[in-house]
Design a protein around this ligand. Structure first.
Ligand code: MFK
Length: 218
């Protein structure tokens, strides 16, 4: 099937869950989880930063543990099935309000590609001021999910993802990642992206294969 035909078939049908394998329905929240959800997620991220960058005395550790346990007890009764939580579905929040995804902000999202900016935080650090090598595939993989969605392709799973680490990726430094669909071949969508700093220096690039799911496929 030619790229143009395949692309045309996908576009406009992305809300048709018949096309999305066995995926549960995901819809963006209408209110980014309410007035305080963004605050909560940002505070939790900062706790992750502090959890890996502080050395408090024992009495502070004990009080912090008690407060963390109290927070767990507060939230525990409110678990919901996948697709119903605001985390990951709040498009107006950095990282869509997900604690797993990079807390980056999407600047461009259309069929020609997706661009996003943000920083790797202290809790993303591998060593000596550099982002952990495992965080870059996470950044690229999530970007590729957005790219295939913006292109109008059904939900796809990553078949492979190849990262070239060109330079040290610094934490606490504003960076930009941008990528696009390069080629479509049946169920296969070939994508690529680049991570650069404010001067445009290439830090890493990545190419991947996204495969459209078959009916009912997990
Ligand atoms: C808005 C909602 C947001 C939600 C977004 C959710 C996004 C989720 C993204 C992910 O979860 S990615 C998670 C990490 N990836 C995985 O866990 C995937 C695990 N692997 C699989 O599930 C299957 O291997 C896969 C779906 C990728 C492919 O298996 P299939 O049995 O469906 O297909 P098949 O193996 O026949 O491959 C289809 C085509 O892709 C090709 N292919 C698959 N894997 C490949 C590979 N690794 N390298 C090269 N080619 C590959 C394969 O050769 C074939 O090419 P042809 O059509 O030309 O014959």
């Amino acid at each position: 099937m030619s790229e143009r035909v395949e692309r045309g078939r996908g576009r406009g049908d992305v809300d048709d869950y018949e096309q999305h394998g066995g995926f549960p329905v995901y819809r963006a929240t209408e209110d980014d989880g309410g007035p305080d959800f963004g605050r909560l997620v940002e505070a939790l991220r900062t706790i992750q930063d502090l959890g890996v960058s502080t050395a408090p005395p024992p009495d502070v550790v004990r009080r912090a543990a008690e407060q963390a346990e109290a927070l767990v007890a507060l939230l525990e009764p409110h678990r919901v099935p996948e697709g119903q939580q605001p985390g990951g579905r709040s498009m107006g929040l950095p990282g869509r309000g997900s604690l797993l995804m990079m807390p980056w902000t999407v600047e461009k999202f259309d069929a020609t590609g997706v661009r996003s900016t943000g920083v790797f935080r202290r809790f993303h650090m591998g060593g000596n001021g550099a982002a952990h090598g495992g965080t870059l595939p996470l950044l690229f993989d999530d970007l590729f999910g957005m790219i295939t969605h913006a292109y109008g392709r059904p939900i796809s799973r990553t078949g492979y993802l190849h990262v070239n680490y060109r330079k040290i990726t610094p934490i606490d430094t504003r960076l930009t990642v941008e990528g696009q669909v390069d080629r479509v071949d049946g169920r296969k969508t070939f994508v690529s992206a680049r991570l650069v700093d404010a001067e445009g220096t290439l830090l890493a690039d990545c190419e991947a294969l996204m495969v459209v799911l078959l009916p009912g496929q997990p």
